[in-house]
Structure formats: structure tokens, C-alpha cells
Ligand binder design. Structure first.
Ligand code: LMR
Length: 335
């Protein structure tokens, strides 16, 4: 009898403790980003949320804040370091102000002759080394997500490098992009992504460069008369977390989140090209902007005009890093 009562009490205590665990508030990951939901990054973030919540059985809750609703470009980096948000996926062109200027290697004009070369960089030792640079800033890099090659937009046709002379062109916070625009004879203007549409609409800037999916979802094509498909540069993302938060997670949860991130990365990278192709078609169909694709001859001219930026930026990014990326291209047969 005594024994039964003891067992009952023990069972009740155990059940209480169990329900307390079950009712424990979930770990919340605030994932802030600046683009629309209907973009490769927006969809990647939603897929991560779905997988993370499923794989952790609800022990983790992911709150996605798209379209700069929580923070703009510069603020979101600060918020991550302070722990006000746990996860971001800034464009790789936005790590210079943080002191990780090597990321600007991704901005060098014509450095990636194809996506295959890009993946060798992001999935290989170069991508890992770049993530290492973030650790001392209190940030852990989890994955690279693809967006795509950039197009140029403005209110004037842009067929030759000389067409950029005097244009005020919006850029992200990258010294390489600044050098690129200056080399074209344009005046670079650094602006947060959330400010670009209005700046174009009111003439604060004459043009900019972005991927078709960003141009279309932000309606930039409605306030830009011309768009040139030039493939001169690339936009992709580094998915990053607050290091202290990440290291402090229970090991089993971290493993589940890593798996969720692998799934989201695979998905985001599988849709990036499809989304950008569809956005370019939609821009053409809108009839609001004239879409021009450079001929091979014109592209060669742009390349010739912009390649000196690689040399000019060696002292900022590191000659070895630039050479290492070019070696990945050579390994796939590009000269
Ligand atoms: C931009 O600032 O132009 C874009 O890179 C924004 C983004 O995250 O794609």
C-alpha cells in the first residue's frame, strides 16, 4: 500500500514536470529581411520557418519579418549583433560596414562567369573562410542563398559603358560597387533597399542595379524607363545568426535547425533562377520599361571597361582571395 502510494506520487510529480516542459515557451527566432515574400530569399525564409518548426516539434518558433518591416539594412545588422533579432540573410554586398570587407569579392564585376562557378565558391573552402571572418563580430554564418545576376535600370538606354556618364546610380553599401559605378562614369549613391523605389520615383537617383525579382517585386520597373540585361554582377545572401544565441541552443535543437537550414537552402537555390526568369518576363509583359539584352560584342565591351575594378580593389579585398575565385572559374574552363 505504502509502495503504491509512493509510486502514484512519483508518477504525478513526473507528469507535472512533463507538462511543464511541454508548456515551456518555445525558443523564438526572429528572422528579419528586406525583400518581398515573393522572392527567392522571401520564400527561403518561409521554408526555413516551416522546416524548423516541424523538425523541432514546435520547440522553436520562427517569426519572419519581410520587406524591412522590422529593420532596414544597416539597422538589421546592428539588431543581430545586439540580439534583438536572431537571424538575417543580408546580401553579401552589405558586410563591408561590419568590417568583413572580403565579402565584397562577390561584387567584383564579371567575376562569376556562371552559377556553377559561384556554387564552387559558396559551397567550397572560400565560402567557409568568409564565414570564419564573421565569428569575431559575434555572428555565425549558416548558409549561402542564391538570388541571381543583376540588371541595370535607369531612365536612359544603357547599351555601352559611356551611357552611364553622369547618372546617379543607387548602390548597396559596398566599396566595390562604388568603384564599379565610378569606373562607368556614374555617381554612386548608397541607399537602403527600402528607400530605392521612392528615390527612383522622385529622381533622387536616376537608376540602379538589382536582380529582376527585386526590380519586379519592388515595382522599380514602373519608375524606370529602361532595363539592360548585362549579367555584370551578382546578388546572393549569407544567412547569419547571432553567435551567442546559436551556441547557447540545446545541441539537439541546433542539429534540427541545421537540417532545416539545409532544406531551406536547397529549396531557395532551386527556385532562384526560375523566379528571376519569371520576373523578367513579367517586367517585359508590363510594357512599362524597355528591356534590352546586351549582345556578346557589347558584353565584351562592358567586361573590358569593368575588369580593371578587380585590380583596383585588390588592396581592399586581398589579391589571394580574388585569385582563388578566378581559379575556381578556371577549373571549370573559363579564362
Ligand atoms: C539590395 O539592397 O539591393 C538588395 O540586395 C536587397 C536584397 O536583400 O536582395
Amino acid at each position: 500500500m505504502q509502495k503504491t502510494r509512493f509510486t502514484l506520487i512519483a508518477l504525478a510529480t513526473f507528469a507535472l514536470a512533463g507538462s511543464a516542459v511541454a508548456q515551456q515557451a518555445p525558443i523564438v527566432i526572429k528572422f528579419s529581411h528586406v525583400v518581398a515574400n515573393d522572392t527567392p530569399k522571401g520564400k527561403g525564409a518561409e521554408r526555413f520557418k516551416e522546416l524548423a518548426e516541424k523538425l523541432t516539434n514546435g520547440r522553436v518558433k520562427v517569426e519572419v519579418y519581410p520587406n524591412s518591416t522590422l529593420y532596414k539594412d544597416k539597422e538589421e545588422m546592428e539588431a543581430l549583433q545586439l540580439g534583438a533579432v536572431q537571424m538575417l540573410a543580408p546580401s553579401v554586398s552589405k558586410f563591408g560596414p561590419l568590417g568583413a570587407k572580403e565579402f565584397e569579392v562577390f561584387d567584383l564585376p564579371y567575376i562569376f562567369p556562371s552559377k556553377a562557378v559561384l556554387y564552387r565558391v559558396t559551397e567550397g573552402p572560400i565560402g567557409k573562410e568568409l564565414f570564419q571572418k564573421l565569428e569575431s563580430k559575434g555572428i555565425t554564418g549558416l548558409a549561402y542563398w542564391d538570388n541571381g545576376f543583376k540588371v541595370m535600370t535607369a531612365n536612359r538606354p544603357m547599351h555601352a559603358p559611356a551611357d552611364f556618364k553622369g547618372l546617379k546610380m543607387r548602390i548597396q553599401s559596398s566599396k566595390v560597387l562604388d568603384a564599379q559605378m565610378r569606373t562607368l562614369g556614374a555617381n554612386p549613391q548608397m541607399l537602403a533597399f527600402s528607400e530605392v523605389y521612392q528615390a527612383m520615383q522622385t529622381g533622387v537617383v536616376d537608376g540602379g542595379e538589382n536582380t529582376p525579382s527585386n526590380v519586379y517585386t519592388q515595382k522599380m520597373h514602373e519608375v524606370q524607363k529602361h532595363l539592360t540585361v548585362s549579367d555584370h554582377g551578382y546578388i546572393g545572401y549569407a544567412v547569419i545568426v547571432n553567435k551567442k544565441f546559436w551556441d547557447g541552443l540545446p545541441a539537439d535543437i541546433r542539429t534540427q535547425l541545421e537540417e532545416a537550414m539545409r532544406g531551406a537552402t536547397k529549396y531557395a537555390n532551386s527556385i532562384s533562377q526560375i523566379d528571376n526568369d519569371a520576373a523578367l518576363e513579367a517586367i517585359k509583359k508590363s510594357g512599362k520599361t524597355t528591356v534590352y539584352t546586351l549582345s556578346d560584342k557589347e558584353k565584351a565591351e562592358w567586361r573590358k571597361a569593368l575588369l580593371p575594378v578587380q585590380k583596383e580593389m585588390e588592396s581592399r579585398i586581398g589579391k589571394n582571395l580574388i585569385q582563388a575565385v578566378n581559379k575556381e572559374a578556371a577549373a571549370l574552363g573559363y579564362k
